[in-house]
Design a protein around this ligand. Sequence first.
Ligand SMILES: [Ca+2]
Ligand SMILES: [Ca+2]
Length: 309
Amino acid sequence: MLMALVMLAIASSLAVGIWYNNQLSLARISNLQKSYQAKHYSQGMLLWASDILREDYTQDENQHDSSLDPWQQGIQGMLVEDAVLSGTLVGLNGRFNVNNLVINGAVSEPHMLYFKRLLQALELDVNLADKIVDWIDVDQVPEPNGAEDFVYLAKSPSYQTSSSYFKHVQELSLLDGFSADDYAQLSPYVSALPVQNGATRMNVNTMPPVMLSALHTQISKEMALRLYQEGRADHLTVNDFFLDEPIKFKLDDRIKTSIKPLISTQTLYLQASSLVQMEGSDFVMYALLARTAAGSAQVISRSLSPYLP
Ligand SMILES: [Ca+2]
Ligand SMILES: [Ca+2]
């Protein structure tokens, strides 16, 4: 009798164990299916983004971009079979690309001067520019106000410089002497974009006033505010920008020549984000897109966290 009871107890605990494991596998399979499906929808959203950018390209002979472009609106709450999809495209050319500070292995002087003016305007330490250069360059010779491995190895925990371009602006928070407050102050104005094909340009139509003012000491805060037009600036070309009323008679040819390599009226780099809502779960994906000369958009990288902090 006792033996039978013991056997029964063992058998029932085994059965519960098997049932539990089965439930776990089912949940795992369902989760895998859902995330596979969500990934599939995210890919679809990227195709949508690519289509919408190509359309913008074909419709716009002047090849200029501004905050008035239709692609800025994105997609909200689009119903498909078993999910709700939302997607946004955000231009990244309204920011300063920190990777521009080192082009073809050397410090890019025009970008260095611009970035120092921007740091000053934001009341941040201008020495940060030299630290970014040392973080990127492959040598161990510090810039006048820079920091190479010996500075970072002395920290606890210790780490080393990257000796390569920034992949994400969050990397800035690793720089010597750069506090969390400094990062919060600077991060809305910077990006980390590839520079394999040379320095990227800032789109004057989407630059905030503080960045417009940093283009030259001749451009005052008031002039920059008027150029910004409350985010509705829509210059077709860089020459149109120079002809805008606030700066029309303020910048001579020498100044214009010094500013020209920094700016454009195009948005060639974008962050695409997709939100897929399925059966009570949210799946968010981000991609960094680069528009090509032919009008299509290429995915440079994907991430589960945003490229814009
Ligand atoms: Ca270095
Ligand atoms: Ca160095």
